[in-house]
Design a protein around this ligand. Structure first.
Ligand code: MOS
Length: 755
């Protein structure tokens, strides 16, 4: 029997609190097992190790392949190459027209003698030890016939084409009004081009997989953001039913978009384990990550702005040209942010691609905004100077009433509040509008800012919540925790809704046997899985309340009030109350459980949903060397309710630090002769270290947005990375008057400008 109960949760006992990570102890004690560390193998088996040999040319064919010497190494069990691989499904069309295919398609490995990119796997050496496999890989005699390739996507002569769709399904081009006419008519215009180099995801944990078979069933312990994609794509690659693949990934050492689809290591581990009838572990080396685990494509963005005398934009044109792989397209939606960020009387955005002979580009944290805002927010800074307007005032004058692209109202938009709060806290008033005006010894000091915006997404998610007779709760979903705090926030949501202490909640994640979720990506994780858990808890509360009212053995039998309150580990109906554990034990000794789901509702069409923010950076530029050092940085964000200020703050700081890396140090250099990322390790591909980040702070504004989900939250995983690089670049300009438009802002570029 179901009565019409209103469940009134006590607000904010757990949600919104800076709760410590519930998995923190496991992580610091080594109890959290990552993919490569798993040792729960089938009885009597020991793993073999697979080491991937990568191609030494970027394009061409294998002419000689002799594994004799390698096979003679003690411990080597088998060497897989295109010559002895079992038949595999074809890779399929080079340009999958519809975006979801990309996540689930077959990805055959070692399937022919053709080389499509440098370091493409050409052999998998399987041995009893990793050392033997690695030693043997070096002894494979492989020779190639190299064919000419193209590796210079931003060259003037590069052949551009228009993709049918860009990432997240957007149209490549949009236009509102006659932007060309507005540009021609305006007296104040900006026409600048900004370049971003290839960037590499550098999660602490490289891609790694342990594969084992039990008959026709495959289990993968792997490092992934999205269980369901791995399950589908590995099943397609091995031509086995999806249900025969179990994917387990309870702990993930970072992903940043590089773990949304399976890569060579997972598929080769699965094939090798089948071949050997034995568990096989394969991991990428850090060097292999560069060519084999995706990158943010090199791109060029031309921004044209026109403004009237009041500082109102009359034209905004954002043209993106980016590299894409010849064999699999990826088009980052970098111009899309310009469709919704500022009001402008006219507007145009375009995306063009240039085919290069590299591996495919992939999603990298805040695909679209992290790159697009660099161009837009630097151009806004340049335009503000032309207008002799304060950059914040200029942005306020171009604040749109509604989404400029769709005309839909914003679900909430507190960009201006973020800028004002940040300006006040950061001491923006002390900024000199004249570059180079603040000198401290041999340093020039400046500050800059930029806005942040990132769409608020939600994806289809399911969760199950069960309570046992002792009042212990288990939350289950195949959602992942990629270091973001998923375990913690889901425990908080369940504790809050059920009125139980955190210790009563166990969260189980990262297993394809659990209810399906969209995983961690696109900043949709918390909203999607959190909503599913929230709804499952409400359904469970209803079941508990029904049992309490109606069950013969219930201490609350006959209680009739409409209101049920779950708090202090008790259920209260009217003026009667009973401990939850006692209620369950007496009414439902086998426990109770309920499921809940989340989906993208109508409000995603009727409202424009984004999280917003503003970054402030102060840098010092050395007059003699041009070296740029960050001095301090502040991010102010309005992103709906914040489930956990502690884990949220970590997310934002991580994103901001990446912005500093993008602005100042990160560039994967593609050798135009060999199509090879030459600086393919963390010694030469430089990400910021502690000494680069002296003082960084994060503020969240109070916001509660009820349009996207019942929790009132917005995605934050990528927001900190949106616009952070632009704030640093703008600060460099303010410090020394050098406007570097080709990232990273290294000292050679700064020094050239200062001389
Ligand atoms: Mo994100 S780039 O979808 O992990």
């Amino acid at each position: 029997m179901t009565s019409n109960t209103t469940t009134v949760p006590t607000p904010g006992r757990f949600i919104g609190r800076p709760v410590d990570r519930v998995d923190g102890r496991l992580k610091v004690t080594g109890g959290a097992r990552y993919a490569f560390e798993h040792s729960n193998l089938a009885r009597g088996t020991t793993p073999a190790y697979g080491v991937i040999l990568g191609a030494g040319i970027p394009k061409g064919r294998i002419t000689t392949l002799d594994t004799t010497r390698a096979e003679a190494i003690p411990g080597v069990l088998k060497i897989l190459t295109y010559r002895n691989m079992a038949p595999q499904p074809a890779f399929g069309a080079p340009m999958p027209p519809n975006v979801p295919d990309v996540f689930t398609r077959a990805r055959p490995m070692l399937s022919s003698d053709e080389i499509l990119y440098y370091d493409q796997p050409v052999a998998l050496v399987i041995a009893a030890t990793w050392e033997a496999a690695r030693g043997a890989a070096a002894l494979i005699d492989i020779r190639y016939m190299q064919e000419p390739g193209f590796y210079d996507p931003l060259a003037a002569h590069a052949e551009r084409y228009k993709p049918a769709r860009i990432n997240a399904g957007f149209a490549p081009d949009t236009a509102h009004g006659d932007a060309d006419a507005a540009l021609a008519a305006a007296s104040i215009t900006i026409d600048q081009t900004y370049r971003l180099p290839y960037e590499i995801h550098a999660p602490m944990e490289p891609h790694a997989t342990l594969a084992q078979w039990d008959g026709e069933r495959l289990t993968l312990h792997t490092s992934t953001q999205t269980i369901a994609n791995i399950q589908s794509s590995v099943a397609a690659s091995l031509a086995i039913p999806r249900g025969h693949v179990r994917v387990i990934s309870p702990f993930v050492g970072g992903g940043f978009g590089s773990k949304l689809i399976p890569h060579a290591e997972a598929i080769l581990a699965a094939i090798a384990a089948r071949e050997m009838q034995r568990p096989v572990k394969v991991a990428f080396t850090r060097q292999q990550m560069f060519a084999n685990a995706g990158h943010r494509p090199a791109m060029e963005q031309r921004i044209r702005l026109a403004a009237d005398g009041d500082g109102r934009l009359t034209a905004l044109v954002h043209d993106v040209t980016a590299a894409t792989s010849r064999f699999e397209e990826f088009a980052e939606q970098s111009g899309v942010v310009s469709r919704s960020f500022y009001a402008s009387a006219t507007r145009r955005t375009t995306h063009r691609l240039v085919r290069v002979d590299t591996n495919r580009g992939e999603w990298m944290r805040a695909p679209g905004e992290a790159s697009g805002l660099l161009a837009l927010e630097c151009a806004m800074d340049e335009m503000a100077e032309r207008l002799t307007l304060d950059p914040i005032e200029f942005r306020i004058r171009n604040e749109p009433e509604r989404d400029p692209e769709t005309g839909a109202p914003f679900s909430s938009r507190n960009l201006i509040a973020c800028m004002r709060e940040g300006a006040q806290r950061f001491g923006w008033a002390q900024r000199s509008a004249t570059p180079g005006a603040r000198r401290e010894g041999r340093k020039l000091v400046g500050i800059g800012m930029a806005g942040a915006m990132r769409p608020n997404y939600i994806g289809p998610a399911q969760a199950r919540v069960a309570i046992d007779r002792s009042g212990q709760v288990t939350v289950q979903t195949d959602m992942t925790d990629i270091g973001t705090g998923t375990y913690t926030i889901l425990a908080q949501i369940a504790a809050e809704r059920l009125g139980l202490p955190l210790q009563a909640i166990t969260v189980e994640l990262g297993d394809s046997n659990l209810p399906r979720s969209p995983g961690s990506g696109g900043s949709w994780g918390a909203a999607s899985s959190g909503t599913a858990v929230h709804n499952a808890c409400l359904a469970l509360c209803q079941k508990i309340a029904d049992a309490a009212r109606s069950h013969a053995a219930s201490p609350l039998r006959g209680a009739d009030p409409m209101q049920a309150r779950f708090e202090e580990a008790s259920l209260t109906l009217g003026d009667r109350s009973a401990p939850l554990a006692e209620l369950i034990a007496q009414t439902s000794p086998d426990g109770l459980d309920a499921t809940g789901s989340a989906a993208r509702g109508e409000t995603y069409k009727t409202f424009s949903q984004h999280a917003f923010g503003a970054h402030f950076a102060e840098v010092a530029v050395d007059i003699d060397t041009g070296e740029v050092r960050l001095r301090r940085m502040l991010g102010v964000f309005a992103a709906g309710k914040i489930l956990n200020p502690k884990t949220a703050r970590s997310q934002m700081i991580g994103g901001m630090i990446w912005g500093v890396g993008s602005a100042l140090t990160e560039a994967a250099m593609l050798d135009p002769r060999y199509g090879h990322f030459v600086n393919h390790d963390l010694a030469e591909y430089q990400v910021p270290v502690h000494a680069d980040i002296p003082d960084i702070d994060v503020i969240f504004l109070d916001e509660d947005d009820d349009k996207g989900n019942p929790l009132g939250i917005k995605g934050i995983g990528e927001l900190g990375n949106c616009g952070a690089n632009a704030a640093v670049v703008n600060a460099v300009y303010n410090a020394c008057g050098v406007r570097v438009r080709e990232l990273p802002v290294t000292l050679d570029k700064v020094l050239a400008g200062m001389a």
